[in-house]
Design a protein. Structure first.
Length: 320
């Protein structure tokens, strides 16, 4: 637990995930708000209660929940605050909180079709049956106040809402212009680069999002804001954003260049590329590694240096 200034404190919550601990933030203003809500485990709940107590509060004092995005390590404990009448978030968080069955059926069909088009062999189809597994760590609820780019956080008028899609299609961050403070969820992390994750479009008729392109666009947006201090969802608070983000973008460009070199050698499917890029991880983390592979291909395609053709229902990428 860290008191960062007179209006914001950082509470650190354990998770069962490889990413490790996650941070939530107690935000004082007209209303006492909690930004993000950890993961739904006893260990997380005990840690959150203990740290609230150290700050002189109890769960019943929380009046509002604000969410940066829908991933389970950020929404797990939303049901535990009896006075929190409002859940404030992007509209795309809601299907995850309400367990919208139509949405999840659509979500699963999207990935089934995507895996087929990526050339993923049928023997790996079992991973599609595990897409809902993270929901075991997520809370149930309902977004009561929808926010988006340019809005002001309800009851915290000094915080502006910033669209930071890329890691998630629901991702928002919060910026305080007076001192350059930035509550960044998983968008800005110092020790790792968050994986831009594939998700289906909100409407069947729309093209799928290109999360890598969104992520890069929103990194550049953050550079233009005048961010001084980042309060992240994981890892240390940091202030070297102007030096860090160009380095992170350059590393991504180098990873994309490695994909390009593989395509110079021969035309390949996304799955064939994924196996070469992630030889040790792809079988156990196929959804994450395919997302990363497609992200690099989207970036290269946007640059005009690779193209693709659809043959027998499978995409084949080639260097231009």
């Amino acid at each position: 637990m860290k008191v960062l200034d007179k209006t914001i404190s950082q509470l650190t919550i354990p998770t069962p995930f490889a990413v490790g601990d996650t941070h939530v933030y107690l935000l004082k203003g007209e209303t006492l708000s909690l930004v993000d809500a950890g993961v739904k485990t006893k260990e997380a709940w005990d840690a959150l209660k203990m740290q609230l107590k150290e700050l002189g509060y109890a769960p019943g004092d929380i009046e509002q929940i604000i969410l940066t995005h829908h991933h389970p390590d950020h929404i797990g404990l939303i049901e535990q605050f009896p006075r929190a009448e409002n859940i404030v978030a992007h509209k795309n968080v809601n299907p995850w909180l309400t367990r919208d069955e139509a949405f999840f059926s659509y979500y699963e069909e999207f990935f089934k079709d995507l895996f087929n088009k990526c050339g993923v062999p049928s023997k790996y189809s079992a991973v599609l049956n595990k897409l809902r597994a993270p929901l075991n760590y997520a809370g149930l609820g309902q977004v009561t106040k929808v926010i988006d780019e340019g809005d002001i956080l309800p009851c915290h008028e000094d915080w502006q809402v910033i669209d930071t899609k890329g890691h998630a299609q629901s991702h928002l961050s919060f910026f305080r212009d007076s001192d350059g403070a930035f509550i960044g969820g998983d968008h800005l992390l110092h020790h790792i680069t968050p994986n831009p994750l594939l998700e289906p479009p909100q409407q069947v008729t729309q093209d799928r999002p290109r999360p890598m392109l969104q992520y890069r666009t929103n990194l550049n947006k953050c550079l233009s804001l005048g961010v001084k201090t980042v309060f992240p969802g994981h890892g240390d608070v940091f202030s070297d954003i102007d030096a860090l983000l160009p380095v992170q973008m350059e590393k991504q460009e180098k990873r994309a260049n490695n994909v390009y070199k593989l395509l110079v050698e021969k035309t390949q499917t996304p799955f064939e590329l994924c196996k070469q890029i992630f030889p040790k991880q792809y079988e156990k983390q196929l959804d994450l590694t395919i997302s990363e592979t497609i992200g690099q291909l989207d970036y290269l395609e946007d640059k005009g240096v690779v193209g693709k053709t659809l043959k027998d229902g499978v995409y084949y990428y080639h260097a231009e």
